[in-house]
Design a protein around this ligand. Structure first.
Ligand SMILES: Cc1cc2nc3c(=O)[nH]c(=O)nc-3n(C[C@H](O)[C@H](O)[C@H](O)COP(=O)(O)OP(=O)(O)OC[C@H]3O[C@@H](n4cnc5c(N)ncnc54)[C@H](O)[C@@H]3O)c2cc1C
Length: 380
């Protein structure tokens, strides 16, 4: 790792690695197979105080996106879904930090940092995922607040959350990107959380559609000044993307470790599979890609911690997210190949890594969108 870890960060890594191996890894297969929300893992993360990691010290945190990446990497090495519990909480936290008033920060961040309150983030709509500026859910100004109407899909964590940071259009029908995020309690009248989406990956944390029918949101629950929420969403994404990259690094590391264990115990043509040069080079290529991805992720996370913002952070974060999650997919694909038929069998863990890796190339901005961001900073 090119970034020198502080003593505290090394402590986090050692603690989370130990807990991941001892308590999380044994649960990973069942969480995936049953697709049931892992309350026990949420409680474990709370007990360890991990939700606070990226929060400012004034809210009991370490103020360190690097530390957040370390925790996510170590957890995702053994269980994508448990790592996801942290990430689902942290995108809303980023948005509240980026666009919240002092009163909003004081009200929500302490509870989010302990896990006493659960949050999630909803931008995607049936007709608009990558095109955030084109969302159609409408927030109409009324006395004391707004009336929200429309539909969302793929809101991960909504079924268990206390609040949703929900994006809606405050501008006219033909105005793109004139939007705000609204902090919406999940028990608000007018909000319906639909049936959870059956998923190939990320199965342990439910993703649901949302329906807003004259949902009233008071003015004090609007994040950022009216119509300027697009910037808040983008800033939240830029700061959260290194953490998505860390999921890719951890997943790839775990898949490589499983592949190494498997080929060392498998024999063909009178020798150990791990002795074939073609196989050895596949492992070497995995290690090269993971090392490069890890460096990019921690470089981007350090940039967030160092106060970098704007186009430079957008580029660094997009590069890290894109490379790390493409690496996760490549490594998981090759790992399945090295397992042979066992790679396809549900009796082995590796196809879970493969299915979860695919999700990473799509969420928090697809990897095509990341390439658009990178190209825009280079080409205008
Ligand atoms: C497991 C999971 C959890 C999710 N959780 C959440 C959540 O909690 N909250 C939330 O708001 N959303 C969530 N999403 C939604 C996710 O953010 C979107 O799926 C993603 O942004 C892509 O949007 P889309 O599916 O509408 O694809 P589209 O935007 O319709 O894109 C379709 C294809 O076209 C490509 N494409 C689109 N525009 C361009 C372009 N300009 N240049 C090149 N290629 C382009 C895309 O990359 C993709 O390959 C989740 C999705 C999944 C799978």
């Amino acid at each position: 790792m090119s970034v020198q870890l502080t003593e505290d960060q090394q402590g986090i890594r050692d603690l989370v690695r130990r807990v991941a191996n001892e308590k999380v890894a044994p649960r990973a297969a069942a969480i995936d197979a049953t697709a049931e929300y892992p309350e026990d893992m949420f409680a474990l993360l709370r007990e360890l105080g991990l939700f606070a990691l990226p929060l400012p010290a004034s809210y009991g945190g370490m103020d360190s996106v690097v530390a957040a990446c370390i925790a996510v990497e170590e957890l995702c090495r053994v269980c994508y879904n448990t790592a996801y519990l942290l990430v689902v909480q942290w995108t809303p936290f980023s948005a509240i930090l980026a666009g919240g008033t002092q009163a909003q920060r004081d009200l929500y961040l302490p509870k989010l940092s302990t896990g006493e309150m659960r949050a999630c983030f909803s931008v995607t709509e049936p007709q608009s995922g990558s095109d955030v500026a084109g969302i159609r859910a409408r927030a109409e100004k009324v006395p004391g607040g707004y009336r929200l109407n429309g539909a969302k899909i793929w809101c991960t964590g909504a079924a268990v959350a206390d609040i949703i940071l929900l994006a809606a259009r405050v501008g006219g029908a033909d105005e793109r990107g004139v939007i705000n995020l609204f902090i919406v309690p999940t028990d608000s009248p007018g909000l319906t959380i639909g049936r959870k989406e059956p998923k190939m990956g990320a199965r342990g944390v439910p993703s649901s559609p949302l329906f807003m029918d004259n949902l009233f949101v008071p003015e004090e629950n609007r994040l950022g000044s009216e119509g300027r929420g697009f910037k808040v969403v983008m800033e939240a994404f830029n700061k959260a993307r290194p953490i998505i990259g860390a999921r890719g690094v951890g997943l790839a590391q775990g898949a490589m470790e499983h592949a190494i264990d498997f080929i060392k115990s498998r024999h063909a043509f009178g020798q150990n599979v791990a002795e074939f040069q073609g196989v050895r080079w596949m492992i070497a290529d995995m290690a090269i890609q993971i090392a490069a991805a890890r460096n990019l992720v921690y470089q981007a996370a350090s940039a967030v911690d160092g106060g970098e913002s704007g186009a430079e952070l957008a580029k660094l974060s997009a590069i890290a997210k894109c490379h790390a999650t493409d690496t996760a997919m490549r490594v998981a694909t090759d790992a399945v190949q090295l397992f042979g038929a066992s790679g396809i069998s549900d009796d082995y863990p590796i196809n879970r890594y493969f299915r979860d890796a695919k999700v990473l190339q799509i969420v928090e901005g697809t990897n095509q969108i990341q390439r658009n961001i990178i190209a825009r900073t280079l080409l205008g």
